[in-house]
Design a protein around this ligand. Structure first.
Ligand SMILES: [Zn+2]
Ligand SMILES: [Zn+2]
Length: 303
């Protein structure tokens, strides 16, 4: 089985356009970029999870072929606005040979997706319903959605558990701030892919995202057996001494994650290498299941 991380960034990508903060400047210097979060699982079937506005460029970069199915987690633009770009697969297919691509989302999410892309239903995509905790119908791969809380602007949000026959199981939580209930199938997955929007939980969590500081509790409780991957990383952390800290996209930390030995906050990571070094250190200090990888765009994991 293969997981191709097409994008690993937050809603506006990182570096953020027009942003002069230390994080965006450092990433620009290094030529690093995180496009909108999306990944492809290639196992018994190939399944695209979320389809944001960067999907055309992401698919070109990683030579993605027509997926067998698409899973949409919720109705925010960074998770579904690329659906129209899948028309490329139809355009390249011989006349009369085209079959629709099944796309799954909850009923509430479909209300937004269909309002925008109703013209694709029945010509490009086959509208399929995702019902929390019920296996998706019409796939060979066992996929179970589970309800996630992502605030009032995305009430139909779900994560997905993907278990291909003989493949390691994946738990994926996209944008979320918590869960109403945690079904037993979330515990001890082989692989956990979890949002890590900031390092530190901000004073005010808007619009309802998961910081690494809070994700630690899920990693410790769900205990993935093979690996954890962090995605949906933003440039929203406050960085000591940065004059851009007063911009609207930045939030002061509530109570920054302390290093257990000294009680001092960990330094905020600016780039990929900083993030990975930091997460390795925190995993060791807090006794978390390892390895934890900070996913980067274009990363391919094979199991
Ligand atoms: Zn998002
Ligand atoms: Zn969202």
């Amino acid at each position: 089985m293969e997981i191709r991380f097409l994008g690993t960034g937050s809603a506006w990508g990182v570096p953020e356009h027009s942003c002069e903060c230390f994080i965006c400047k450092r990433m620009t210097e290094l030529g690093e970029e995180r496009t909108r979060t999306s990944f492809l699982v290639i196992g018994e079937e190939s399944i695209l999870v979320d389809c944001g506005p960067d999907v055309r460029r992401q698919m070109l970069r990683l030579a993605v072929q027509r997926p067998d199915a698409v899973l949409i987690t919720h109705e925010h633009a960074d998770h579904f606005l690329g659906l129209d770009d899948l028309l490329a697969f139809r355009r390249a297919t011989p006349r009369d040979a085209w079959t629709l691509i099944p796309v799954y989302a909850t009923e509430m999410t479909w209300a937004s997706v269909e309002a925008r892309f109703g013209y694709l239903v029945g010509s490009l995509i086959d509208k399929r319903l995702a019902v929390p905790e019920r296996p998706l119908e019409g796939l060979r791969t066992k996929v179970r959605p589970f309800k996630t809380l992502h605030g009032p602007t995305a009430p139909g949000s779900v994560g997905y558990v993907i278990e291909g026959k003989g493949d390691p199981g994946i738990v994926y939580t996209s944008d979320f701030i918590g869960l109403d209930r945690e079904p037993e199938f979330l515990f001890n997955p082989d692989i956990l892919i979890i949002q890590s929007h900031w390092l530190n939980e901000p004073e005010r969590n808007r619009p309802h995202h998961m910081s690494f500081q809070c994700a630690i509790e899920y990693i410790a409780r769900w205990r993935p057996r093979r690996a954890t991957y962090l995605v949906h990383v933003s440039a929203g952390d406050h960085v000591e001494g940065d004059s851009a800290n007063n911009s609207l996209g930045k939030w002061r930390p509530k109570a920054p994650l302390p290093e257990p030995a000294t009680g001092r906050p960990y330094p905020v990571p600016l780039c990929q290498a900083d993030w990975q070094r930091l997460v390795d250190g925190i995993a060791e200090d807090y006794g978390l299941p390892r390895p934890i990888f900070v996913a980067r765009d274009g990363m391919v994991a094979r199991f």
